[in-house]
Design a protein around this ligand. Sequence first.
Ligand code: S3P
Length: 432
Amino acid sequence: MHKFETRTVAPAKFLRGEIVVPGDKSISHRSIMFASLAKGVSRVRGLLRGEDCLSTLKAFQAMGIEVVEKGEDELIIQGRGLAGLQEPGDVIDCGNSGTTLRLMSGILAAQPFFSVLTGDQYLRKRPMGRVINPLTDMGARILGRDGNQKAPLAIDGGGLKPIEYHSPVASAQVKSAVLLAGMQIEGTTTIYEPHLSRDHSERMLRYFGADLESFEGGARVTGRVALEGREVDVPGDISSAAFFLVAGLIVPGSELLLKNVGVNPTRSGIIDILLQMGGSIEQLNPRELSGEPVADLLVKSSHLKGIEIGGELVPRAIDEFPVVSVAAAFAEGVTSIRDAKELRVKETDRIAAMCETLGRLGAQIEPREDGMQITGRQSLRGGKVNSFGDHRIAMSMAVAALCANAEVEIEDTGCTATSLPNFWELLTKIQA
Ligand code: S3P
């Protein structure tokens, strides 16, 4: 559980400097999970030490996985193979992390033991039927609160058979849960999704040696193929870089270099959105790290204009809409966000949360069932807002505050440790 803290953010004169963006949250979770299920030693460098990933790490340690820290930046994980996990002695607490809970459901549904997954007050409100349904189709025995829709989930693992599943949502967490269950059983499991969601599981499972194929519209895995320990270098998180991209664009006279950012096309929707809005963002030094594309991003303050956002762009920028709404508040004209109903079931209802918090500072922002509409270029006033315990709302409001007319007091900011523990230090550094 994060600390309850209140922070005050003052308007910035300009932002300058270089930031090395901390490790990608999605890739960090997966590196711990897949290294634990692989045979032999894996070395993971650049892992994000955020609370969400630490929940995943503790869960695997509770199932007998040995992890040694080497220096500041490296973890050595002693994998035990697909059949090497031990029944956990207690309930597994996934904290605030939907990725931990949903991906682990897929892993544990196929393990021949009993396990219980729970999480904090926010995670226990989020929909879990989306993973329980396909796993139950595979033969899993999973019980949960609210008619098998919510955590805590009790899993009596084993006895699964492969399926072909058409997911109603473009969700990497659903896709990964199904692939991870399928990876452990005899036969071929296939998942189709309405739009391509982030493909880190597919890339990294292949890198660890799984028999997994991606195709237009989905992915399929043939199970019981051993994973082998690997070296993983985790790229910087584009979802963390996003706060500094928007800050650099909206605070006049700014120039920031964000180093080592993962630019996987299933995640780089935020760059496309900000470029379409007229933002100056250059990708420098493109390279590859452990099968993931990476670049340094140079951002300069720009005159932004409103745009329409919907369709396949939405899953490619799904975590960035809180900060996109901040960019839109400082853009000329109307920004319309559609097809983004998923925002209602994130760490909080992010449509309601951004309308409430940005609206409180005077932004013209209207909710829609599946998105929001923002009329930009009004100046924001100072005031007091609340993060709703959601890390991305807290950081988005800090970015908005840099461009407001007066100080903004943000309540409940300890949640930034979920995904970006050094956010406040980085924010101070670029104002020096
Ligand atoms: C994640 C997938 C996304 C994203 C979340 C992390 C992942 O959720 O919002 O922060 O690591 O797979 P959905 O797949 O449910 O959209």
